[in-house]
Design a protein around this ligand. Structure first.
Ligand SMILES: [Zn+2]
Length: 66
């Protein structure tokens, strides 16, 4: 089974566990790019990172869009 390495946290995991962000997730993409400028959103991230960044937006009005 091919392993996927999350470019954000560096964890290796099963390929199916990665998530691709959509254009509608641009506010998440923006936050990730601030911390990881080398990241390309076509690379995807792991679910744990996605949860983390979604939670980190809980303090903003972006939550209303989710
Ligand atoms: Zn990750």
């Amino acid at each position: 089974m091919e392993k996927y390495k999350c470019p954000v946290c560096g964890e290796e995991m099963e390929h199916d566990l990665m998530v691709f962000l959509k254009h509608t997730d641009h506010h998440i993409i923006d936050i990730i790019l601030k911390e990881h400028p080398q990241w390309v959103h076509g690379d995807g991230i792991c679910r744990e990172c996605l949860d983390y960044y979604k939670k980190s937006m809980g303090h903003t009005s972006y939550m209303d869009e989710l």
